[in-house]
Write a protein that binds this ligand. Sequence first.
Ligand SMILES: N[C@@H](CCC(=O)N[C@@H](CS)C(=O)NCC(=O)O)C(=O)O
Length: 323
Amino acid sequence: MASGQFVQETSSAGEWKRQGNRFTGRITRDSTSRPGEGPDDQGRWPVEPGRYRLVVSLACPWAHRSVIVRRLLGLEDPISLAIVDPVRDERGWRFTLDAGDTDPVLGIKFLSEAYLRTDPSYDGRVTVPAIVDTNTGDVVTNDYPQITLDLSTEWTDFHKPGAPQLIPPDRAEMDVLIDEIYRDVNNGVYRCGFATSQEAYDAAYDALFARLDVLEGRLQDREYLVGDTLREVDIRLFTTLVRFDAVYHGHFKCNRQKLTEFPNLWAYARRLYQRPGFGETVDFDQIKRHYYVTHHNINPTGIIPKGPDPRVWISWPVRPEPR
Ligand SMILES: N[C@@H](CCC(=O)N[C@@H](CS)C(=O)NCC(=O)O)C(=O)O
């Protein structure tokens, strides 16, 4: 069996097992910490506009969720944004897009500096998205599924007028879909790409396309995955779909078919892309550079494919809305 890029996260059967999220602090309205302080004894930090910095890579699908949600809710001013270079070197995520290769607010050159400041013994992967407290430079959270939920539910006082309700009052149906989509699609593409045995790859590929077939059927007569309005689950699916043909189809060998060959999923993804808050957050150049240059084991030459042509996302009208 070939060894993978992420040896600590590869099982003896060659399956990719994603590491847990180390920092699970939450920014909540009921934190008992005073402004400027935190966390309280339950790990809750106070909601405070201007205090926290969201660190993302525009290439990363997990971080991309938080970029979209922050924008849809109008949280750009209350929560600032730091964007790392899409290409990691052996020192991890770098602030080389900024003047002096330094984040202007946090004053650090590498995201690892914040991780190690917060936990000097940390030896896992340093990941985005992460929210950093600008008072101390400590990492509050890299718990990406919770980050977007808390933007929706804890920061409501700072949402823009008319901000969407991304979390339905009854979450049961959405949460089932979120789990299935995470396992088979969001993480499923990584399980294909990072598998180091044929069996592990085959199983991940089968589960991925079986789930996409189900979703394709679900979207036959719906505009959104749940109910008749945009929800968090749509954002979670979108950030994988928008990378599918550019990266996952070739680089991760998810190649039974392209997104453009699923009529309903393709129309759905394009409808979302063309909504405010979605397409303008997609940077195909950074997405491709990240995956093809950073994953040496699966693309040793580092050559970045020129295609596909991104104009397909906008160049002809989207199919009419489903009935
Ligand atoms: N925090 C999660 C998900 C976030 C994640 O994997 N982000 C990627 C970018 S898409 C990352 O930061 N990777 C850094 C690395 O692999 O060293 C994890 O630990 O797996």
